[in-house]
Design a protein around this ligand. Sequence first.
Ligand SMILES: [Zn+2]
Length: 131
Amino acid sequence: MPTYVCPNCGRTASLPEGDYYCKVCGPDYPLVVKRSRAEWERIADSIVNEIYNEIHYFCWHISDEPVYECFYTHAIEDLYTLASIYIREDAERKLKLIGEMPDDIYDKYNMKLQRMLERTAKELERKYARR
Ligand SMILES: [Zn+2]
């Protein structure tokens, strides 16, 4: 049985798989599965890589913009927004995970994705932009 934790008061409970809310804090606080930080980092990292690959495909094969401009456009958007647009497989579950991950891990991987996109944009700009 997974251990669930209330994001508000920290109360934990071992329960069969399901949707629960906190008995103390009420229905505004759904319980989330308790995961180690290492586990959250693995989840965040794999989501970021998936989004990056989808954006890569989009900028190279679908967008009408110059490819580096497309990357720049995406580099200023946040992880949740990009996930809601670009994740295609199992999107609902992954968006839920993004919503549940600890704030500092979200911030770290949000930054990581922005840097990956920005770095690609700069490399491509150097290669292809006409000055
Ligand atoms: Zn609570």
